[in-house]
Design a protein around this ligand. Structure first.
Ligand code: AMP
Length: 404
């Protein structure tokens, strides 16, 4: 089945048309600067040079969806004759609260619940909803499926998702750990079991999604049992610009000591902290930090060492949560590409049965084992593919509905 995957941000729309039968990407692209002027459209076709880029003004998401549908159905440059060839549209939805435990067919009732969840993700869910509405305008008869960043983590036990605050805060306001990057953690944990040649039910894995945003998840038998991001994606490990977990009293202290407003302090914690802030605003990009670290730059060493330390701490604690892990898997921009980071993390986990294979870690491409064969805990690097995960989940939903 051909599934159109849509990932809508407030001013951008990423799309990918996937043939799920053979897990191949037919085309992909991006509509940038929606609603802010200076719009730009990108369209790439797998195995063809007919793709193009051009400036198009996108006053709203409807115009962006129109542009992408026009591109993929165009008689010259298109990849389908008609939108009816698209079996379904899979929409990435950032927050499903505790209402959605799996990908879900979108109905008017489901739309209402996603709107209710906007409270929990005010920057993301409204854009996701807009994406669904825009697609429905041009494809009113095509099935729309919502795939939630939070759904995979709905298996967390209560003891893992509750915070140590009055229980009524959870009951009244839904304040609990939700977890994010669910599509990536689900996909990579499945791929980890597959590469091990094991049934996922028999595998305890720790998935390290280390990109600009980053989270670590403990997966037991295919179920997320704990994850580092929390009520929001600000929690957990140190990230490119996000602070990760900290003593909540620090927020109070920063407001008092800097004289800044609460909103300004939250801006610092989201956009000026993490590796970027720790390095003295050098860079949020791990490549820059790593290069400066190698040159002996003190600020880079401070940021890098702190980053590695926190990752090691989370992996160690999740080994305890799982009662021992069979596998640790690194994924996303940093996890897939930085062999030095993987080595620095794994070397500190030697005492817990992790033996990296330097040769396999340094050389080779794509999904592979990077620990020694006799390592008690196997280590892998596996490229994540959130869009493929969305497309496959979309087909699963349609199958359950008897529509595929
Ligand atoms: P993502 O958010 O998954 O796209 O990851 C983006 C991050 O991956 C960038 O900010 C870089 O820090 C990091 N990255 C990409 N390539 C490399 C590399 N070769 N070595 C280290 N970090 C990398």
């Amino acid at each position: 089945m051909k599934v159109l995957v849509i990932n809508c941000g407030s001013s951008s729309l990423k799309y990918r048309l996937i043939e799920t039968d053979n897990k191949s990407v037919i085309c992909k692209g991006l509509c940038e600067r929606i609603g802010i002027g200076g719009g730009h459209f990108k369209y790439e076709i797998t195995g063809s040079d007919k793709g193009y880029e051009k400036d198009i003004e996108f006053p709203d998401h409807n115009v962006a969806v129109d542009a992408l549908i026009k591109a993929i159905t165009d008689p010259d440059t298109g990849v389908v004759a008609d939108v009816s060839e698209i079996g379904a549209v899979g929409h990435r939805i950032v927050h499903g609260g505790d209402k959605f435990t799996e990908a879900t067919l979108i109905t008017p009732d489901v739309m209402d619940i996603i709107e209710e969840c906007s409270d929990l993700a005010p920057l993301h869910n409204p854009a996701n909803i807009q994406g669904i509405r825009s697609c429905l305008k041009v494809m009113p008869d095509t099935a729309m499926v919502g795939v939630f960043d939070t759904a995979f983590h709905q298996t967390l036990p209560e003891k893992a998702y509750l915070y140590g605050i009055p229980y009524e805060c959870y009951e009244k306001y839904g304040i609990r750990k939700y977890g994010f990057h669910g599509m990536s953690h689900e996909y990579v944990s499945k791929e980890t079991a597959a590469i091990m040649g094991k049934d996922i039910k028999d595998v305890k894995s720790i998935i390290c999604h280390l990109g600009n945003g980053a989270s670590i998840t403990a997966v037991d038998g295919g179920k997320s049992v704990d994850t580092s991001m929390g009520y929001t994606p600000l929690d957990g490990i140190i990230m490119g610009t996000r602070c990760g977990s900290l003593d909540p009293e620090i927020v109070h202290a920063l407001v008092e000591k800097t004289g800044k407003s609460l909103d300004d302090v939250m801006h610092i914690l989201n956009f000026e902290s993490g590796v970027y802030g720790l390095s003295g605003y050098m860079s949020s990009d791990m490549r820059d930090i790593r290069d400066a670290y190698r040159e002996g730059n003190e600020a880079a060493i401070r940021a890098y060492d702190t980053y590695i330390y926190v990752i090691v701490k989370y992996i160690g604690s999740y080994m305890a949560v799982l009662g021992g892990a069979d596998a640790i898997t690194f994924t996303a921009g940093i996890g897939e590409n930085s062999s030095s980071l993987r080595k620095h993390v794994c070397d500190r986990l030697k005492g817990l049965g992790v033996e990296i294979d330097d040769e396999a870690n340094e050389n080779g491409k794509g999904a592979r084992l990077i620990s020694r064969e006799d390592s008690k805990v196997k280590v892998y690097t596996i490229p994540t593919d959130e869009e493929m995960s969305i497309a496959l989940s979309t087909v699963e939903v349609l199958k359950k509905q008897g529509k595929a």
